[in-house]
Design a protein around this ligand. Structure first.
Ligand code: DGT
Ligand code: CA
Ligand code: CA
Ligand code: ZN
Length: 592
C-alpha cells in the first residue's frame, strides 16, 4: 500500500467514526494522520524498514496508529475499517460531503428514506420527501438541493495544493536521479500556487527524451500510462492524479517552462504583446517575425531571440520576470510594463504566528510543546488562541480556565526571560466565537485583558446574509477584537462560504482598524485571493495565521504565504511581518 492509500483509509475511518458519533479527539487523530501521511514525501514502508527509525517518530503517529499502519502494509486491510464498513452503508461517505449534512442528518436520510446515492437524495428533495423527515423541513431541503451540486461537481475532485506539492516534490526528486536529466521543474497550477491542482505538469531538460520518459514510468508511484509521444507523456500518479511530462532541449527550457506554467490567460496576453513587437512566442522560444515571400503573405517565423531562461523570454518582450503566482491574466503584464510589479511577501518576512490551539481545547500539543516548536521554527512571537466557551465540542474555555491559561503563559514568559535569551514572546490570546444571536462568547471585561483576540464565526452559518454580515461587522467594531478569523468559513472541496457581504466587512475593518485573517490551513485559505486583494486596496492589514492544532500545524504557513502572494500582497500589507513592538503600535487598542 502506498502512502496515499493509507491516507485514504484513515480519512475514511475518520468519516465513519464521525458518523457513529465517535469521540472528537479520536476522529481528529485519524484525520490528522491522514493529512500528515498524504503530504509525506518518504514512503511509510521505507520508514518502517529503516532499522534506525520507527513509525512513531512521525509527528502525530502514536503506538496505536503505527500498529494500524503496519497491519495495512502487511495485509492491505484494516479490521477496524472492515467493521465500520460492515455496519455503515457506503453512501454515507458521499452524503457527508454535502455541505450542511452532518452525521445525524445523513443517518436520518439513510434510515428513513433509504437514500443510497447523491442522485437519490436530489430526487427525494425534488419530490418534497426530505422536508417531512424529522429535523429537516422546507428550508433544509432547499439548502440541500442548493448544495448538492457542490458535492457532485468534478471541480471538487481536484487535489489541494499542499497534497499536490507532496507529490511534485517526490516526483522531481525521482526525476533528478535520472542521468539523462539536466534539469527537472514543476509547472502549471502547482507552480502558480493555486488553491487546488487539476493535473501535475513537469518539465525536463534533456537530449534523451526516451530515457527520461522510461524513468518516469519506472517510478514506484507511477500508475497507468495514459499517453506517450516523442517528447511528452502522461501517466497516473498517486491518488489518481494525472501527471504530464514534457521533455525539451536546453535552448528551449525557459520558454517551455514559461509556456507550461501558464496560466492560459497570461500566455494569451503575452503572445499578443509579442505580436505587437513583430515577435512570436511558443514553447520552443521567442522568434522574430520576418516578412513573407511576397507582399501579400503573412509574416513568417525567423530567428530565435530567446528561449533558454524565463528571464530571457520576458526580456525579449520588454518585461521584467513576473512571479508565477500572479500570472493569471489580470493586470500583471501592465504592472510589469510600468515597472510597478509588487515585491511579494515571502515566508522569511513572517515573524510571528497569531492563531493556534493547545490541548486546553482541541489542539494535540501542550502549551509548552507549541512554544518549543515555534522557537524551532524561528518565530519571535506567537499568540495562543484556544476556543472560547461556545465551542463546547472542543471544551472551549470559560473565563476561569482562560485566566488559568494566561497565568501559565505569564510564568512561561518569565522563565523564558530568565534563560537570558528570551527567544520568543508568548501572547495571551483567545479565539472567541461570534454568537448566533450576535455578540461574543466571553465578556469584554475578560477580553480587555487579552493581548490578542481572534473572533470567528463557527455556528449559525446558515443564517441569512444580512444577519451574518451584521454579526461579523459588530465583532469588527468591538474594540477588543484584533482580527477576524477565517472570515468566510469556506472549506475547499467541502463547504462553500457562508453568505456574507464581504464589501461591508472590508469597509468596516478598514474603518475600525481591525485586521482580517488569511488562514493558512490548506482546506481554508480564507480570505480567498480576490477578497485579500480587495482588503489591501481598502487599506486593511492582513494577518497570515496557521491556526495550528499541533506542532506540525505550523508547516502550513507557506500555503498562507502563497495565497497572499497570489493576491499581490507585500510585506507591508501583512501585520505579522512586523516586529512585536511595531505590531503593538498597529493593533487598534494599542494595549499590548
Ligand atoms: P490545472 O491543471 O487545471 O490545475 O491548471 P493548469 O494551469 O496547470 O492547466 P493545464 O495543466 O491544462 O496546462 C498547464 C499550462 O500549459 C497552462 O497553464 C498553460 C499551458 N497550456 C496548456 N494548454 C494550452 C493551450 O491550449 N493554450 C495555451 N496558450 N496554453 C496552454
Ligand atoms: Ca496542470
Ligand atoms: Ca496538464
Ligand atoms: Zn482556530
Amino acid at each position: 500500500m502506498t502512502n496515499s492509500d493509507i491516507s485514504a483509509v484513515f480519512d475514511h475511518v475518520a468519516d465513519l467514526l464521525e458518523y457513529q458519533g465517535g469521540n472528537v479527539f479520536r476522529v481528529r487523530a485519524y484525520r490528522n494522520a491522514a493529512r500528515t501521511i498524504s503530504v509525506m514525501v518518504e514512503s511509510l514502508a521505507s520508514v518502517r524498514s529503516d532499522s534506525y527509525r520507527k513509525l512513531t517518530d512521525i509527528d502525530g503517529i502514536g503506538v496505536d496508529l503505527a500498529g494500524k499502519i503496519e497491519t495495512l502494509l502487511d495485509t492491505g486491510r484494516l479490521p477496524l475499517l472492515d467493521d465500520l464498513e460492515a455496519k455503515i452503508p457506503a453512501v454515507v461517505f458521499k452524503l457527508m460531503r454535502v455541505p450542511g449534512l452532518g452525521p445525524k442528518k445523513v443517518k436520518a436520510l439513510v434510515d428513513e428514506l433509504q437514500v443510497d446515492s447523491l442522485d437519490a437524495l436530489e430526487q427525494a428533495c425534488r419530490e418534497g420527501r426530505v422536508r417531512d423527515v424529522k429535523g429537516f423541513g422546507e428550508k433544509t431541503q432547499a439548502a440541500i438541493l442548493e448544495n448538492i451540486g457542490f458535492a457532485k461537481s468534478p471541480e471538487h475532485d481536484r487535489l489541494l495544493w499542499e497534497e499536490a506539492d507532496a507529490i511534485v516534490q517526490q516526483l522531481l526528486a525521482w526525476m533528478r536521479e535520472c542521468p539523462a536529466v539536466r534539469q527537472a521543474e514543476g509547472a502549471g497550477s502547482w507552480r502558480r500556487g493555486r488553491e487546488t491542482v487539476g493535473d501535475i505538469d513537469i518539465l525536463v531538460d534533456s537530449d534523451k527524451a526516451t530515457a527520461v520518459m522510461d524513468h518516469l514510468q519506472a517510478w514506484k508511484e507511477c500508475g497507468d500510462l495514459l499517453l506517450r509521444g516523442d517528447t511528452k507523456t502522461s501517466v497516473r500518479g498517486p491518488r489518481g492524479v494525472q501527471i504530464d511530462l514534457r521533455v525539451v532541449e536546453q535552448d528551449s527550457f525557459g520558454s517551455a517552462w514559461q509556456y507550461f506554467t501558464g496560466s492560459k490567460d497570461h500566455n494569451v496576453r503575452l503572445r499578443s504583446r509579442a505580436r505587437d513587437r513583430q515577435l512570436t512566442i511558443n514553447e520552443y522560444g521567442v522568434f522574430r517575425l520576418v516578412p513573407g515571400a511576397d507582399a501579400d503573405s503573412k509574416p513568417v517565423k525567423g530567428a530565435a531571440v530567446a528561449g533558454r531562461t524565463e528571464q530571457d523570454v520576458y526580456r525579449a518582450v520588454g518585461l521584467p520576470w513576473i512571479p508565477p503566482e500572479i500570472r493569471e491574466g489580470g493586470d500583471e503584464i501592465g504592472l510589469a510594463d510600468r515597472d510597478e510589479l509588487p515585491t511579494l511577501v515571502t515566508i522569511e518576512d513572517i515573524r510571528g504566528d497569531l492563531h493556534m490551539h493547545t490541548t486546553a481545547t482541541d489542539g494535540e500539543a501542550t502549551l509548552g510543546e507549541m512554544v518549543r516548536a515555534a522557537i524551532e521554527r524561528g518565530l519571535s512571537y506567537i499568540a495562543i488562541t484556544d476556543h472560547g466557551q461556545r465551542v463546547t465540542m472542543a471544551h472551549g474555555l470559560d473565563a476561569k480556565r482562560l485566566q488559568q491559561q494566561w497565568g501559565e503563559i505569564d510564568r512561561l514568559n518569565d522563565s523564558l526571560a530568565e534563560e537570558g535569551r528570551s527567544p520568543i514572546v508568548v501572547l495571551k490570546g483567545i479565539e472567541v466565537d461570534i454568537l448566533e444571536k450576535g455578540g461574543l462568547d466571553l465578556p469584554d471585561a475578560v477580553l480587555e485583558q487579552a493581548d490578542w483576540v481572534v473572533a470567528s464565526l463557527h455556528y449559525g452559518q446558515n443564517q441569512p446574509r444580512e444577519r451574518i454580515t451584521k454579526r461579523i461587522v459588530e465583532a469588527i467594531e468591538n474594540p477588543c477584537v484584533s482580527v477576524i478569523g477565517h472570515p468566510t468559513g469556506r472549506l475547499i472541496n467541502r463547504r462553500p462560504a457562508y453568505e456574507v457581504d464581504m464589501e461591508a466587512v472590508i469597509e468596516a475593518a478598514a474603518k475600525a482598524g481591525t485586521f482580517l485573517e488569511i488562514n493558512a490551513n490548506p482546506w481554508r485559505l480564507d480570505l480567498n485571493v480576490p477578497h485579500a486583494a480587495a482588503a489591501k486596496k481598502a487599506g486593511v492589514k492582513l494577518v497570515i495565521s496557521t491556526d495550528a492544532h499541533s506542532t506540525r500545524g505550523f508547516d502550513v504557513l507557506r500555503c498562507g504565504v502563497l495565497q497572499a502572494r497570489r493576491a499581490g500582497l507585500e510585506k507591508e500589507d501583512i501585520a505579522n511581518t512586523r516586529s512585536l513592538d511595531q505590531l503593538k503600535k498597529l493593533i487598534k487598542r494599542g494595549n499590548l
